[in-house]
Write a protein that binds this ligand. Structure first.
Ligand code: SAH
Length: 370
C-alpha cells in the first residue's frame, strides 16, 4: 500500500508510525526542505509559469527600487569599500539582477559589492548562477545566514520568512496543545492535537491572548531563529530589509496555506508537491531582532514603502520609452504591487528594516520607527 504514496509521503507516514504524531512545523519543514524530496529542493517553481508569483517577478521596478534602497543604506553605513550584499532565498534571482543593474549608476557601490546568496535549493542555485553571470559582482552561496563571512552587510529578503516552518497550537479546556499531523484509521493524513498540553505556553503567547482565547482557537508561531540571526548580524555594521506578507498585530487564527499552479490546495494532500507558507508575525520578528541588538524600522505597508522610494516616478520614466501595450503592463504592475484590498499586494505585504543602531536613517523609512 505504501507504494502508492510519493517517496516523501511514505517517509512522513513511516515517521508518524515510528515516532508518533508529527508537529505541523516539522511537517512543513519536511515538505519544503527535505534534502531529496522537499518542494524547494525538487521544484521551487516561482514566476508566471510556476506555482506562485512574487513582486520581483511582476515587475522590474520592484528590484530596481530595492537596488536604490541598498545604495542609500550603503551611504548611511559610511560607504564601506567592501560590502556583503546578502539575499535570503533569492528564488530566480530576478530581484537581485534588477537591483544590481539599477545600482550600477553608483560605481563605488558596485565596486564594493560582493554577493552572498543564502539558498537551500540546489536547483535554484544552478538557475541563480546562470542568471547572475553578467552582473559583474562576485557571487557566493551559503546554506544559512550564519555562514556568510563577517563584515559590513546589507541583507534583503523577499518572501523568504513565510517559507520558514510555523508551529500551531490549539486551545482546549486544559490549555494549549500542539497541532500535529496524524494518520487516521481510514489511512488519510489529518490534523489533530497532541494529547498533553504545552507547558509554560503563556510565555510564548502575546499577553492580550492569554486570557481571551476561546476553545478551538489556533495560534501560530515561528521559533524565529532567523530574527535572532539577523539582529545579531546587523547590530554592528549591517542593515536588513524584510518584505513579506503578514500581520502587524498578533492574533489568533490559522494562515498555513498550500499553493500550487497559482491555486490554493490542502496542505496535507501531496506533501512536497506544493508550496507551503504562513503569514509572518512582524511583531515577533521585530522584537526578536531587537533583543539581539538590532534597531527596527516599521513595518510599513509595501504600498507606502514603494511610494516612498518613488515607484510612481519610476513607472512614469519607464513609460516614456514604452509602447502603448507596455505602458498598460507597467500601470497594471504598479497597481498590483501597491493596491490595497485582497487582490493587491500593497497592504498585505509589509516592509521591515533592522539596522545597526549607529545608523541614523534608512531610505523609505524616514520618520518611521518601530
Ligand atoms: N525571493 C524570491 C523567492 C521567494 S521563494 C522572490 O521573491 O521571488 C522562497 C525562496 O527561499 C526560494 O529561493 C527557496 O528555495 C528559499 N528557501 C526556502 N526555505 C529556505 C531555507 N530554509 N534556507 C534557505 N533558503 C530557503
Amino acid at each position: 500500500m505504501a507504494d502508492d504514496y510519493s517517496p516523501l509521503e511514505s517517509e512522513i507516514r513511516r515517521l508518524i508510525e515510528v515516532a508518533g504524531p508529527l508537529p505541523v512545523a516539522e511537517f512543513m519543514r519536511l515538505c519544503l526542505t527535505h534534502p531529496q524530496h522537499g518542494y524547494y529542493v525538487t521544484r521551487g517553481s516561482i514566476g508566471a509559469k510556476g506555482d506562485f508569483i512574487t513582486a520581483p517577478e511582476i515587475s522590474q521596478m520592484f528590484g530596481e527600487l530595492i537596488g536604490l534602497w541598498m545604495v542609500g543604506a550603503w551611504r548611511q553605513m559610511g560607504m564601506p569599500e567592501n560590502v556583503r550584499i546578502v539575499e535570503l532565498g533569492p528564488g530566480r534571482a530576478t530581484m537581485m539582477i534588477d537591483a544590481l543593474r539599477a545600482a550600477k549608476i553608483v560605481k563605488d557601490f558596485h565596486a564594493a559589492a560582493v554577493l552572498h546568496l543564502v539558498e537551500i535549493s540546489p536547483k535554484l542555485r544552478v538557475l541563480q548562477e546562470l542568471r547572475l553571470e553578467g552582473v559583474g559582482v562576485p557571487v557566493h552561496w551559503h546554506a544559512t545566514l550564519t555562514d556568510v563571512p563577517e563584515g559590513p552587510a546589507i541583507i534583503v529578503a523577499n518572501e523568504f520568512v513565510d517559507a520558514l516552518p510555523v508551529h500551531q497550537a490549539v486551545k482546549q479546556a486544559d490549555g494549549w496543545h500542539e497541532r500535529v499531523v496524524v494518520i487516521k484509521p481510514d489511512g488519510r493524513l489529518a490534523m489533530s492535537t497532541a494529547p498533553d498540553s504545552l507547558p509554560h505556553f503563556d510565555a510564548t503567547l502575546p499577553q492580550e491572548l492569554r486570557r481571551h482565547s476561546p476553545d478551538g482557537s489556533i495560534y501560530e508561531w515561528r521559533p524565529d531563529t532567523i530574527a535572532f540571526d539577523i539582529g545579531k548580524r546587523v547590530r554592528s555594521d549591517g542593515v536588513a530589509l524584510i518584505i513579506d506578507y503578514g500581520h502587524i498585530r498578533q492574533g489568533l487564527g490559522e494562515t498555513l496555506q498550500a499553493v500550487s499552479g497559482h491555486n490554493f490546495s490542502d496542505p496535507l494532500l501531496a506533501p512536497g508537491k506544493s508550496d507551503l507558507t504562513a503569514h509572518v508575525d512582524f511583531v515577533a520578528l521585530a522584537r526578536n531582532a531587537e533583543i539581539m541588538g538590532g534597531r527596527t524600522y516599521g513595518p510599513i505597508s509595501q504600498r507606502d514603502f514603494l511610494f516612498r522610494l518613488g515607484i510612481d516616478r519610476r513607472a512614469t520614466a519607464l513609460k516614456e520609452n514604452a509602447s502603448p501595450e507596455q505602458a498598460l503592463a507597467i500601470d497594471s504592475a504598479l497597481s498590483r504591487l501597491t493596491a490595497t484590498g485582497p487582490k493587491g499586494m500593497g497592504e498585505l505585504f509589509k516592509a521591515l528594516a533592522i539596522a545597526d543602531p549607529k545608523i541614523q536613517a534608512l531610505p523609505g523609512f524616514e520618520g518611521v520607527r518601530s
